[in-house]
Design a protein around this ligand. Structure first.
Ligand code: SAM
Length: 365
C-alpha cells in the first residue's frame, strides 16, 4: 500500500466508505501525493500522449482559431487568454508562435495558466519563456481576473472526478470506495438508494455523472455569456445520452487497476458532452458543435498545413508529418479515421448571437 492508499484507508476506518468522486479527487489532486500534483505524465516516457505532443499543427491551428475569434469579437484591445491544464505548455507555445500573423492580437492578450502540478508549471514556464506576453499561473479558474476571455481546454474535462450510481433493488446506489476483508481498497455501494434519482434502470446498470465537469462548464459559460469571449473544449467523449461506466486508470501507456496505488496512475472518464451542452445553455451561452476532432481540424486546414510543412521536409520528416496527420485527423472520407479523429470531440461556447467560430460554420443551427 502506498502513502496515499494508507491515508485513504485511515479516512475510511475513521469515517466509513468515501464516494468514488472523492476517491478520484484525492487520487488526482491530493496536495502531497495526487497524480496531477507530483507527476510529469505526458510523452513517450510518461503515461499517455496528447494531441499537442503529437504535432505542432494542433496548437498552431488553435492559435489561428483564437486570432479569428478575437476578430469576431471586434478586436478588443485587451483579452485574457486562459488555458486549463496546459500540460507541458506545448499547445500554448505553438499557439503563440502561429499567432504572430496578427501582432495586434498578441499585444491585446495576457496569459493565465490554470495548473495544479508544480512540475508541469515549470515545464510550461520554460515552453513559453521569452514569448514577450505577461503570464500568470492559477490553482483554479476562479482566480483568473474578470473580463473578456478565450479559454482553451484540451483533455482537461476528462480529468475531473465522476460519480457512479448502480441500479440495484429498485434504486440507484452510489458507488463507494471502502475496505475489503484484507483491509485493501475495494468498491462497494451505498447502503441506501440516492433519494433524488428516480430514472428507470435495469438491475446492475451504471449511471456515470460528471457533476464537477458540469459545474465548471456552468462557471465558464456564465462568464462568457456576461463578459464576452469563447471557450474551446476538446476531449474524448460522447454526445448522446448514455449508460455505463467509462472510468479508466492509465499508467505507462497501458490500463491499470484504479484502486491500486492511488496517485500513480491517471484516472479519467469520457466526457459527457450532452451534460456540458446543457450546462452551457442553462448559463445563457451559445454552443457550437460538438464536432469530431478530425472533421474540425480538416475544416481549419490541417491538410493544407501538413502539405506546407512537407514541402520543406526531408523523407523521414515527411513520414512523421503524415503519421501525425493520420493520428490527429484521420483520412478524409475514409472509414479508417483514427480513434483520436473520431472519438475526440470539439465544442465551443460563445455569448448568444455570436457568429459560428472557425470549424463550426456547418454545425450551428
Ligand atoms: C491530460 S493532461 C492534458 C495536458 C494538455 N492540455 C495537453 O493537451 O497536452 C491534464 C492537465 O490538466 C492539469 N490538471 C488536472 N486536474 C487539474 C485541476 N483540477 N486543476 C488544474 N489543473 C489540472 C494537469 O496537471 C495537466 O496539465
Amino acid at each position: 500500500m502506498n502513502a496515499l492508499a494508507t491515508i485513504i484507508r485511515d479516512m475510511i476506518v475513521e469515517d466509513g466508505p468515501i464516494s468514488l468522486e472523492r476517491y478520484m479527487a484525492l487520487a488526482l489532486g491530493h496536495p502531497a501525493h495526487g497524480y496531477y500534483r507530483t507527476k510529469t505524465p505526458l510523452g513517450a516516457s510518461g503515461d499517455f500522449i496528447t494531441a499537442p505532443e503529437i504535432s505542432q499543427m494542433f496548437g498552431e491551428l488553435i492559435g489561428l482559431w483564437c486570432v479569428e475569434v478575437w476578430r469576431l469579437m471586434g478586436e478588443p484591445k485587451s483579452l485574457h487568454l486562459v488555458e486549463l491544464g496546459p500540460g507541458r505548455g506545448t499547445l500554448m507555445a505553438d499557439l503563440l508562435r502561429a499567432a504572430r500573423v496578427e501582432p495586434r492580437f498578441r499585444s491585446a492578450i495576457d496569459l493565465h495558466l490554470v495548473e495544479t502540478s508544480a512540475p508541469l508549471r515549470r515545464s510550461q514556464r520554460q515552453a513559453i519563456e521569452g514569448c514577450g506576453i505577461p503570464a500568470s499561473w492559477h490553482e483554479s479558474i476562479e482566480e483568473a481576473p474578470s473580463g473578456a476571455v478565450i479559454v482553451i481546454a484540451n483533455e482537461f474535462f476528462d480529468a475531473l472526478p465522476v460519480r457512479h450510481y448502480v441500479h440495484q433493488d429498485g434504486g440507484w446506489r452510489e458507488r463507494q470506495v471502502g475496505l475489503d476483508a484484507q483491509g485493501r481498497l475495494s468498491f462497494g455501494l451505498a447502503p441506501e438508494p440516492e433519494p433524488g434519482l428516480s430514472a428507470p434502470g435495469a438491475h446492475g446498470e451504471i449511471l456515470e455523472v460528471g457533476l464537477a465537469a458540469s459545474h465548471l462548464m456552468l462557471t465558464l459559460a456564465t462568464r462568457i455569456a456576461e463578459q464576452g469571449g469563447a471557450l474551446l473544449a476538446i476531449d474524448y467523449g460522447y454526445c448522446e445520452p448514455s449508460r455505463g461506466e467509462t472510468l479508466q486508470a492509465v499508467r505507462r501507456h497501458g490500463f491499470a487497476d484504479p484502486l491500486h496505488d492511488p496517485g500513480e496512475a491517471d484516472l479519467t472518464a469520457h466526457v459527457d458532452f450532452c451534460s456540458l451542452e446543457r450546462a452551457a445553455r442553462a448559463a445563457g451561452a451559445q454552443v457550437h458543435g460538438p464536432a469530431p476532432q478530425g472533421q474540425w481540424l480538416a475544416r481549419l486546414g490541417i491538410f493544407e498545413r501538413a502539405a506546407m510543412l512537407r514541402s520543406h521536409a526531408d523523407q523521414s520528416q515527411c513520414a512523421a508529418i503524415d503519421a501525425a496527420l493520420e493520428r490527429l485527423a484521420g483520412t478524409p472520407g475514409a472509414d479508417s479515421a483514427t480513434d483520436m479523429a473520431r472519438l475526440f470531440k470539439v465544442l465551443a461556447v460563445t455569448p448568444p448571437d455570436f457568429p459560428a467560430p472557425p470549424g463550426f460554420e456547418m454545425e450551428s443551427p
